[in-house]
Write a protein that binds this ligand. Structure first.
Ligand code: SF4
Length: 604
């Protein structure tokens, strides 16, 4: 058996309450590694094109990687893969904590769920087996209460993944909450769980994972930890967590503000990482086996919204639920974040759709008759918090917004499509691409829609590593290489904050598994995984015309700050796409050529 893997895949059929356990296909593991890659392969092979993501035929795949539960730093992370109900295309979403570790120690590299349970159900996985538990009494409960009750019943060591009312109500950007504080956030995996009547999945394991070369792995881990220690971002991440980015992103005029109408927020100082640390952070925390420890436990003990203790908010939440909605109170943002985590909502999409609704309200495209009297103006934190609840429970306007910004704009019409900020249906995250041109290409070509985690050019652009500034030059190559690298990082599965060079990843992977990949073969595996997700999307009908940007980005220049006057025109995007497709070995329509598929071992 391969080192680094548990060696088994569990398939759970919710309709028949049956499980099947099979051996991991070692050839597939070597080709697609684990996590995102292996999940993508299983999804591609088992889901017929055109199915409704809410149908029982859709798969919900929890996938760990060969480094999950190993000594490697950040080896806690795992992946959920499914067909997204928000975009109708491929979705993978990573999460931290230690759920994936327990799943692997319980005996499984992947858990593949299909069908639909007759009643609310909890899948309880332990000791190389699984049980279906009645979860009717938990339906309607938030994620926090659900987790508390399941731990009481199954033991404190059990790790819980659950959905809240948003997932139950099929809000298309419902997330899965893991161990209270970690989320598989983007694209609606929580709604797929809801459609399957799966309220929760609980795992606990006591097994051991053998690695191919334990001495070699220890050395690779030592080198990786040294790299983390010497990276200049490590102390900043430890001190402020991801909110460290609020100030520099605002200075570069990229901070989404009032539904991306500008990139400079006058209240940025009040929501920065420094302010958050001073005002509400109480202690730090970390995912299993991570020396960076970027979690920030926050506490608010006065004012309108009290928070006992929880982890958050991250940079993305601050950008979308803060500046993007004109909200400048870090305490209010933290409370909106807490509600999203408990109800099971992705904070990025939620902040984005509320910002959109606020702009519709301010422009008079919707009125008090639509908001049931709510003054849905930018900067109104009470209105934002109320809208979070209405979206989660699909009340009034919340029901429309629960379908996502693309769908909401198509119903509201009146020109609102121009400022519906999404790509392929996935709402834009926290960087305005007009001031960082590479992000425009990253969003346009991301396999799951507008995403900052597939390729992140922001630091390279604002620090002058990618020059000239505001140019298309060099962006295609940077984005392609980053996407392939991240595809591997999310397949191993490690955290994308690890500042490793390719050699570190390769040494960790080879010593754990015994694969013996060269650096070139490692990079090629990332390219293979990226191309497989592209094939999935093409099979669902996506073409070059979907690799695009919201009209606001291509037609309205930025209003303020150092990037004032910048936009990414259609010509600029086309130039980057032509170069990017050529580098990828795809044709002008963005379809991988037969030659490329042969090279990557993906030919049918
Ligand atoms: S850097 Fe932060 S998110 Fe990443 S593994 Fe470490 S603690 Fe978790």
């Amino acid at each position: 058996m391969l080192g680094g893997y548990a060696g088994k895949i569990l398939r759970a059929d919710l309709t028949r309450e049956a499980v099947k356990i099979s051996s991991l296909d070692e050839k597939k593991a070597e080709k697609f590694i684990g996590g995102k890659g292996l999940g993508a392969k299983i999804l591609y092979d088992s889901v017929k094109p055109g199915i409704d993501p809410f149908s029982p035929e859709n798969r919900l795949i929890f996938a760990s990687g060969p480094l999950t539960a190993s000594l490697a730093p950040s080896s806690a992370r795992s992946t959920v893969v499914t067909k997204s109900p928000l975009t109708g295309i491929f979705l993978d979403t990573q999460f931290g904590g230690s759920f994936g570790v327990e799943m692997k120690l319980a005996g499984f590299d992947c858990v593949v769920i299909h069908g639909k349970a007759a009643q609310p159900t909890c899948l309880w996985i332990h000791d190389s087996s699984a049980e279906f538990l009645d979860a009717s009494g938990l339906w309607g409960k938030g994620c926090f209460e659900t987790e508390g009750r399941l731990k009481k019943r199954l033991g404190d060591g059990a790790k819980v993944a659950s959905i809240g009312p948003a997932g139950e109500g099929l809000v298309r950007y419902a997330c899965i909450t893991f161990e209270r504080y970690r989320q598989a956030g983007r694209g609606g995996a929580g709604a797929v769980m809801g459609a399957k009547n799966l309220k929760a999945m609980v795992v606990q394991g006591a097994g051991k994972i053998r690695v191919a070369n334990s001495k070699g792995l220890k050395e690779a881990v030592k080198a990786a930890n040294e790299r983390i220690k010497n990276n200049h971002f490590t102390p900043l991440r430890r001190r402020y967590g991801t909110p460290l980015w609020v100030a520099p992103v605002n200075s570069a005029a990229l901070l989404p503000t009032r539904n991306f109408s500008t990139g400079v927020f006058e209240g940025a100082d009040r929501i920065s990482g420094e302010t958050m640390k001073d005002k509400i952070v109480k202690k730090d925390g970390a995912c299993y086996n991570c020396p960076i420890a970027c979690w920030k436990y926050v506490c608010v003990d006065s004012g309108k919204y009290i928070i006992d203790e929880f982890v958050g908010p991250e940079y993305e939440t601050i950008a979308l639920m803060g500046s993007n909605c004109g909200v400048d109170s870090i305490e209010d943002i933290a409370y909106a974040n807490l509600l999203c985590d408990d109800f099971g909502l992705d904070t990025i999409s939620t902040g984005n759709v509320i910002g959109f609704a606020m702009e519709c309200y301010e422009k008079g495209l919707i009125g008090k008759e639509d908001t049931e009297g709510l003054e849905l103006k930018f900067g109104n934190a009470d209105a934002e918090i109320e809208m979070v609840q209405r979206i989660a429970f699909r009340k009034g306007l919340g029901n429309l917004l629960a379908e996502g910004v693309k769908s909401a704009a198509s119903k509201i019409k009146k020109g609102s499509e121009r400022f519906a900020m999404h790509v392929k249906g996935l709402e834009l995250p926290g960087y305005d691409p007009r001031g960082a041109v590479g992000m425009a290409l990253a969003y346009a070509t991301s396999e799951r829609g507008a995403c900052h985690q597939r390729a992140w050019t922001v630091n390279a652009e604002i620090r002058g590593r990618l020059k000239p500034r505001y140019s298309v030059e060099g962006r295609a190559e940077f984005v392609k290489n980053a996407q392939d690298g991240r595809a591997m990082c999310f397949s191993l599965v490690l955290c994308d904050f690890m500042p490793f060079k390719t050699k570190h990843f390769v040494d960790l992977l080879n010593t754990a598994t015994g694969f013996g990949l060269t650096e070139n073969e490692y990079v090629e595996a990332g390219e293979r995984i990226w191309n497989l997700t592209r094939l999935f999307n093409i099979r669902e009908g996506m073409t070059r015309r979907d690799d695009t940007l919201p009209p606001r980005i291509m037609q309205e220049p930025l209003l303020d700050g150092v990037a004032k006057g910048q936009m990414v025109t259609k010509d600029m995007l086309d130039a980057m796409l032509d170069e990017y497709y050529a580098l990828r070995g795809w044709n002008k329509n963005g379809i991988p050529t037969q030659k490329k598929l042969n090279e990557l071992g993906l030919a049918a």
